[in-house]
Write a protein that binds this ligand. Structure first.
Ligand code: SAM
Length: 356
C-alpha cells in the first residue's frame, strides 16, 4: 500500500470529495496551509489565500503558484471567507487561538474545516471546535479526523472566542527574561540541551557568528551576554513566529553587536563566511516525525558557511547519528560535554579548506 505523503492534508478535503460540503465559488482561506495534490484538485490559484509561517512549507506553496500571505496582511485586509480551512498545530492553546481566528475570518454563513491526525490531538481539536461553534460533521480516514463547523453566524460564544484569541499571545517567560508564545520550540522554558551548550560557550568567542534554528533567541541572547568580543550575529529560523520573538528578545538586550534576522530554511544552505556557528538543530519535522537527516544537513550547511578554522558548537541527543557527517565535514571534532542524554560537540573547520 502506498504511504500517504500528508495524510491530514488529504483527509481535510474528504468532505468535499464525498459531497458533505460544497466547495465555494468565492475566496478560500487556508491557515497553516501545506501544498499537495488536493489543493490543485479543488482550487484555482486566484481563489486560494494561504497562510504559513514555517518557511519550507511556505516556499513549497509559492513554488506551486499559490498566494501566501502573512498574518498581518490577512488581518489588515477586511476580507471574510465562505470557507476557512485549517491544519491545526498540536499545541492546544495555539490551536484554540487559531480556531478563534479562523472563526473571525469566516464570512456569515461560512464554514471552518479542520483536520488533524489522531496522534496529533484530533480528538481535542474536534472537541474544541464543537465547544466554540458547534459541529456540522466529522469524518475519519487515514488515521486522521476532519471536522467542520455549522455555518457560522453570530450565534457562537463570543466571550469564549475572545478568550481563546488571546491564548497564544506573546508573553514574558522566566521572570521576564524572554518573551515567548505557545507552540514554538520549548516555548515556556530553557531547553536543557541548549543550556548545556551555553555552559560550553568560550568567553573569548569573537567575530561574526550565526545561530542556526534560533528559536526565540535563547542561544543568541546568551552569546551576547557572555561573549563581548562578538561583533555580529546572524539568526536563521524557519518559523516566523519564533523569529519575531527572537528579534524582540535580542533587541531588548541593547547589545552593540550587529544583529541580522533571516526567515530561512537552513537545509537550503546559507551564503556567508562565519567565524563561529552555534546550533541546537531540529531533529523532527513540525509534525514530530523523526528526521535525523535535517540535523545532518544543518551540520553540512554549517561546515560550508564557516571560514577555514571556524568553530561549530552543536548540541544534540546522544543517540542521533551525526558522527559521520561531522567527521566528513570538519578537520577536528570533539565531544566537550555530555549530560542527561545530550552531547555538545565542538567541530573546527580544517584550515586546509576542505568543504563538505
Ligand atoms: C531544537 S530547536 C532550538 C531552538 C533554540 N535555538 C534553542 O536553543 O532553544 C530548533 C529550531 O530550528 C527551527 N527549524 C526547524 N527546521 C528548520 C529549518 N529547516 N531551517 C531553519 N530553522 C529550522 C525550529 O523552528 C526550532 O526553532
Amino acid at each position: 500500500m502506498a504511504v500517504l505523503q500528508d495524510a491530514p492534508l488529504q483527509t481535510l478535503f474528504l468532505p468535499f470529495t464525498q459531497g458533505q460540503l460544497r466547495w465555494p465559488d468565492g475566496p478560500v482561506l487556508f491557515l497553516r496551509a501545506r501544498d499537495g495534490w488536493p489543493l490543485r484538485e479543488h482550487a484555482d490559484a486566484g481563489q486560494l489565500v494561504c497562510e504559513q509561517s514555517f518557511r519550507p512549507f511556505a516556499q513549497a506553496l509559492e513554488h506551486s503558484g499559490w498566494q501566501v500571505r502573512d498574518e498581518a496582511t490577512i488581518e489588515a485586509d477586511a476580507a471574510r471567507y465562505p470557507l476557512v480551512m485549517v491544519l491545526p498545530p498540536r499545541q492546544r492553546d495555539e490551536a484554540r487561538a487559531l480556531f478563534a481566528r479562523a472563526l473571525a475570518l469566516a464570512a456569515p454563513g461560512g464554514v471552518v474545516v479542520a483536520c488533524q491526525s489522531n496522534n496529533e490531538g484530533a480528538r481535542s481539536g474536534e472537541a474544541d471546535l464543537r465547544q466554540l461553534t458547534g459541529l456540522g460533521g466529522t469524518l475519519t480516514k487515514h488515521h486522521c479526523r476532519v471536522y467542520w463547523t455549522v455555518p457560522v453566524n453570530a450565534g457562537h460564544d463570543a466571550e469564549l472566542q475572545a478568550r481563546w484569541t488571546r491564548l497564544d499571545a506573546p508573553r514574558p517567560i522566566l521572570d521576564g527574561r524572554f518573551a515567548s508564545r505557545p507552540g514554538i520550540f520549548a516555548w515556556d522554558r530553557i531547553d536543557p540541551a541548549s543550556a548545556l551548550l551555553v555552559e560550553q560557550l568560550p568567553a573569548d568567542l569573537s567575530g561574526h557568528g550565526a545561530d542556526l534554528g534560533a528559536g526565540f533567541g535563547y542561544l543568541s541572547a546568551e552569546i551576547l551576554r557572555h561573549c563581548p568580543k562578538v561583533g555580529a550575529l546572524d539568526l536563521y529560523e524557519a518559523e516566523a513566529r519564533a523569529l519575531a520573538l527572537a528579534q524582540r528578545n535580542l533587541d531588548a538586550l541593547g547589545s552593540p553587536a550587529t544583529l541580522n534576522y533571516h526567515w530561512h530554511d537552513v537545509t537550503a544552505g546559507i551564503e556567508a563566511s562565519f567565524d563561529f556557528i552555534v546550533s541546537n538543530p531540529p531533529f523532527h519535522t513540525p509534525s514530530r516525525a523523526d528526521r535525523p537527516d535535517i540535523g545532518q544537513r544543518f551540520i553540512a550547511v554549517a561546515a560550508r558557511a564557516l571560514r577555514p578554522g571556524g568553530l561549530l558548537l552543536l548540541v544534540a541527543n546522544r543517540h542521533l547519528p551525526y558522527e559521520q557527517i561531522l567527521n566528513d565535514s570538519f578537520g577536528q571534532v570533539r565531544v566537550v560535554a555530555e549530560r542527561d542524554g545530550f552531547k555538545v560537540i565542538a567541530a573546527t573547520r580544517s584550515t586546509r579548506g576542505t568543504r563538505a
